[in-house]
Design a protein around this ligand. Sequence first.
Ligand SMILES: Cc1cc2nc3c(=O)[nH]c(=O)nc-3n(C[C@H](O)[C@H](O)[C@H](O)COP(=O)(O)OP(=O)(O)OC[C@H]3O[C@@H](n4cnc5c(N)ncnc54)[C@H](O)[C@@H]3O)c2cc1C
Length: 469
Amino acid sequence: MTSDFLKQLRDTLGTDIVETDADGIAPWLTDWRGVYKGNAQAVVRPRTTGQVAACLRLCNQYGVPVVPRGGNTGLCGGATPDASAANVILSLDRLNQVRSLDTVANTMVADAGCILGNLRRAASEADRLLPLSLAAEDSSQIGGNIATNAGGVNVLRYGMARELVLGIEAVLPSGEIYDGLQTLRKDNTGYDLKQLFIGSEGTLGIITGVALRLQAPTRVRAVVLAAVDSPDQALQLLRLVFGACGPRLQAFEFFTDQCLDLVLSQVDGLHAPFPTRHPAYVLVELADTAGEEALQAMLEEVIGQALEQELCMDAALSATLAQLHSLWRLREEISEAQKADGPHLKHDISLPIERIPEFMQSAEARLRTVAGDARLYIFGHFGDGNLHYNVSRPLGADRGWAHEWEERIADLVFEEVARYGGSISAEHGIGQLKRRAFHQHKDPMQIRLMRDIKRLFDPNGIMNPGKLL
Ligand SMILES: Cc1cc2nc3c(=O)[nH]c(=O)nc-3n(C[C@H](O)[C@H](O)[C@H](O)COP(=O)(O)OP(=O)(O)OC[C@H]3O[C@@H](n4cnc5c(N)ncnc54)[C@H](O)[C@@H]3O)c2cc1C
């Protein structure tokens, strides 16, 4: 049956689209981190939406599992097949054209396989901003970004990928094309079906085209690093800065003194920002289309108020671009510093912002009762309630500690997240990695509805089996 399927696939799409040679398939079988490895009978790389449709129609007819592949930068094993040799990996990399860009309506329509960084550059050349931005933007594809509802560094101001999507074109497992590729801002005609594809992790169909909203470019920036004595003080500071700066508030990042310690010890060329150390730090960035002096004055004014009202202990304002980058590096290099330090147990979680201080206190108290001398590194996009809650081995323990403690600590952290009304996955999704926690913590009624939707779109269960649900 399989060879009949492959013959039909090749006859329909051509041998330049269908790769079946073991050496040709091998590079497609692992994820970005090398944590997951699977198997496949073919890699299909269509050039048109019609070819995607033809491929899915055949896979559906033969009951062949399909694993959609974007830029393969997802960190949950979502684009990696399971061990079955029956899988077909469907890569969007050849569907990579900008279809249109409109600087009146401020919209862009593109193939799903376009690299995010290329789309950001195309928008910038037209004097517009595509605000979705993440460290993997020069490898990840816009289709993958939407299938995972990616976040990134500009969520506070512009929202997650979901908030930037106006329309979607997708191919259903039946081979039918869902043509929702519109750029209308307003369309109240019943259920908003495109939303189902956003964050669906390839389990409902293949996204082949996207319509995105663009923004005015930001050209000037001002940054301050504020020292705070507690997460509660950071919360009060956020309230003040948002009230004073509103839409200019571009980033509100948090990190503890333990993170600063790690960065200063592991990364060359960085210096402590204040003469004395403080329990935690907040990096605030404002950005605007023009008016550098006015923006700097606005930031100085609000930080002056914060110091006066004792909403922060000290503050370092950037006066030059070089200083701005140095302050940002203290936050951005934390992940690199962790890598150099050894394996860290990472939990990318989100919480109702006002409950972050309670969560931090409660989770640490529990952690100390089970793994007293584990090292804790907490940092993240505080302004949108997203924390990286990372735990590392006690000083002197060997690197195997992380593997041994992984499940116990994840259970503890996720239980506390649930207690405070948060989410076990802020940005990266579920994939293969978080399926156990997903089933432990997601409302069973919501899982049932998700399964019902999955059955409606994909009655034969061919789309990305073993992921998410
Ligand atoms: C260094 C680094 C930094 C990162 N920073 C962030 C960050 O700040 N914020 C964040 O949210 N993520 C971040 N990520 C994770 C990752 O970049 C995002 O999840 C990204 O959106 C994945 O896009 P991709 O094209 O690589 O998708 P892939 O990894 O190829 O696929 C991800 C999932 O989407 C499905 N999929 C892919 N394309 C399609 C399609 N066209 N149609 C249907 N399903 C599809 C796959 O089957 C899989 O389930 C980071 C990753 C790295 C390596």
